[in-house]
Design a protein around this ligand. Structure first.
Ligand SMILES: Cc1cc2nc3c(=O)[nH]c(=O)nc-3n(C[C@H](O)[C@H](O)[C@H](O)COP(=O)(O)O)c2cc1C
Length: 223
């Protein structure tokens, strides 16, 4: 399972020490410099490293410690193309109104940046070397999504620590049943998100966020 297939791009895997990579990033600094990295190189990611970031996912909390997660790392180019084609078909109509609004020169630059990144990812989705799907078994007929997102965040932070670029997509929920069947998932274990992972073309950066002072209240909401 951990054996790497031959590189589809012919690129040589970077020589990395799986044991030590990412272990030196201070937790809070890693959190503050974690952002959506959607511009990815097509070079393959070693399976042992995919395993390492998924292992971080398994340390997430879950109700009753049920750990309902299943991770499926898709690296096969044809299977990534299958997903990318369907993702684009959903994404392009979704982003069209924002694209229209962005023609206005007063459209906020920060929003334009997010939009451009998301468009880039959609257009290059097939090139992202790892499509990591996150699924979880249903409990009492309900997906345990609240238990999957802490695992997803751990994986995103682990990617940040080891220097991989990653982001999060959920728009594929529009074709979730077809996708789950394609991934061979049982009916009671739906996907809830996908994490495109690869070596980043750009450096990790501190993301733009409102100040904590705008959202923290003590004792009572103070308006
Ligand atoms: C629940 C959730 C769903 C998201 N779905 C998508 C998606 O379908 N496609 C996409 O490109 N980004 C998606 N994102 C990524 C957000 O756009 C991104 O986290 C946000 O713009 C902040 O980016 P930053 O950390 O680089 O500032 C999603 C994020 C979350 C938390």
């Amino acid at each position: 399972m951990n054996e790497d297939p031959p590189s589809p791009t012919g690129a040589i895997d970077p020589e990395i020490d799986i044991e030590t990579i990412g272990e030196d990033v201070p937790l809070l600094e890693g959190i503050r410099t974690s952002c959506a990295v959607r511009r990815l190189k097509p070079d393959p990611v070693p399976r042992a490293l995919i395993r390492k970031v998924c292992e971080a996912g398994t340390f997430a909390p879950s109700g009753g410690n049920r750990q309902p997660w299943t991770f499926i790392a898709v690296t096969d180019p044809e299977r990534r193309a299958w997903f990318a084609e369907r993702y684009r078909a959903v994404f392009l109509p979704y982003i069209a109104p924002a694209r229209e609004r962005a023609k206005d020169p007063d459209f906020p630059a920060a929003k334009r940046k997010i939009m451009d990144g998301a468009i880039h990812l959609a257009e290059h989705m097939h090139e992202a070397p790892v499509h990591l799907f996150v699924a979880g078994w249903k409990r009492r007929g309900q997906p345990q999504i609240q238990a999957l997102f802490p695992a997803i965040e751990n994986i995103l932070l682990a990617c940040r620590a080891v220097g991989l670029g990653a982001s999060l997509t959920t728009l594929q929920q529009a074709f979730q049943e077809e996708l789950d069947a394609y991934l061979g998932l049982p009916k009671d274990t739906p996907t809830c998100a996908m994490i495109p992972i690869g070596w980043p073309k750009v450096k990790h950066r501190r993301p733009v966020r409102k100040s904590v002072d705008d959202c923290l209240h003590f004792e009572r909401f103070s308006g």
